[in-house]
Design a protein around this ligand. Structure first.
Ligand SMILES: Nc1ncnc2c1ncn2[C@@H]1O[C@H](COP(=O)(O)OP(=O)(O)O)[C@@H](O)[C@H]1O
Ligand SMILES: [Mg+2]
Length: 359
């Protein structure tokens, strides 16, 4: 079968009701390996509940891909797809999974895959690049921040950098630019803790962001769909869920709050005004479209009264039925099996649309 015939066949399979063979990719090399295995198992079960065939491909911490998680590592051939699957569902979080690298490999295999493509995935994994793109729009409010590259803490630029960071006030949040799950994030409340926090962030990454502290509550919004709307409007083809509010004990929404049982509670709907809800949903769709995302995203905000600040956009959020993303979509009427099914159909539609282009 030629690639073009393959794309046409894929397009016909995108019709709802057609049973698909879906390769679920889970695990991976990042520190979110275990989270990904839980998310992947849930996606596998949801697809099976919807009548689809699942091929389980587990990516080890060593980076090898293994069918059913054991046996010989898989090898792949460019242009030849992956294990005969109609669609690949990369349920991977963090580096080498959510950052465009796996997406690039799947492009080379010429197989439809769920979620954002190479550029949007890479952009949204880089907290500085993402903020820069969002601020270029001029319409998306965010916290003030400073971009700190490796090397800027030494030499002549050091003083200038520290002055720039001090202008953000205190406290500040110091973060490695490419991590997730709150890993490596330090809240700095005293000026004398700043340099050490920046140095410790460099143990994780070559780029660090320092942010002014936002006030208010944390609110998250799930997006499902394609940004390619009929009228070319921002996010016109995508649905923004009812926003939910994250409630946690402690100073900020850290790793323990995210993953320990009882560490956080999701309130749906969020306890914010109707106009703030409206604003969150509009900004979620705008961020999704401006970043060039596809399929899904969870867009996170700080809301203080009528002030709504965009925090970040996750292109592959935690994905179990009890994860925030799935709960938000469920509250908006999209049950889990329907959600994973819809994402596979969107992947097939995108792949078919790309095949119709001349390049
Ligand atoms: N600028 C900020 N102001 C207030 N709280 C923040 C700020 N940045 C991060 N936090 C806290 O740290 C958490 C994790 O930060 P975030 O940027 O979302 O990183 P991650 O990608 O690891 O989730 C947030 O959910 C919030 O609780
Ligand atoms: Mg976050």
């Amino acid at each position: 079968m030629t690639t073009r015939d393959g794309r046409q066949a894929a397009a016909s399979r995108s019709a709802a009701g057609h049973t698909l063979t879906v390769a679920v990719l889970a695990g991976g090399r990042s520190s979110e390996h275990d989270v990904s295995l839980s998310s992947g198992a849930a996606v596998r079960d949801g697809l099976r509940a919807g009548g689809h065939e699942v091929v389980w491909v587990e990516i080890g911490r060593d980076g090898a891909w293994r069918r059913d998680g054991d046996g010989e590592p898989l090898s792949t051939t460019p242009g030849a797809g992956l294990l005969g699957a109609d669609v690949v569902f990369p349920v991977l979080h963090g580096r080498f999974g959510e950052d465009g690298t796996v997406q690039g490999m799947l492009e080379m295999l010429d197989v439809p895959y769920v979620g954002s493509g190479v550029a949007a995935s890479a952009l949204c994994m880089d907290k500085v690049l993402f903020k820069e793109l969002m601020s270029a729009a001029g319409t998306i409010p965010q916290v003030a921040y400073a971009d700190v590259r490796e090397g800027r803490l030494s030499g002549a630029g050091r003083q200038r950098l520290l002055e720039q960071v001090m202008r953000l006030g205190l406290p500040v949040f110091v973060k490695p630019a490419h991590l997730g799950s709150s890993l490596g994030i330090v809240k700095v409340t005293r000026q004398d803790g700043l340099e050490r926090a920046i140095e410790s962030a460099f143990a994780h990454d070559t780029r660090v962001i320092v942010e002014a502290a936002a006030s208010g509550v944390e609110v998250e919004c799930g997006v499902l769909g394609s940004p390619r709307g009929e009228h070319g409007e921002q996010g016109a083809g995508a649905l923004a869920s009812t926003p939910g509010e994250i409630v946690f004990e402690g100073d900020f929404y850290d790793f323990e709050a995210k993953y320990e049982t009882g560490g956080m509670e999701l309130l749906v709907p969020a306890r914010i005004s109707d106009s703030a809800v409206q604003r969150v949903r509009e900004l979620a769709l705008e961020a999704f479209a401006r970043a060039g995302c596809d399929g899904l995203a969870r867009v996170d905000f700080f809301v203080d009264g009528e002030d709504v600040l965009l925090n970040e956009l996750n292109t592959m959020p935690g994905f179990t039925p009890t994860s925030v993303y799935a709960k938000l979509l469920a509250a908006s009427g999209v049950a889990y099996p329907q959600l994973v099914d819809r994402l596979c159909r969107l992947a097939l539609e995108k792949h078919a649309a790309l095949g119709a282009q001349v390049f």
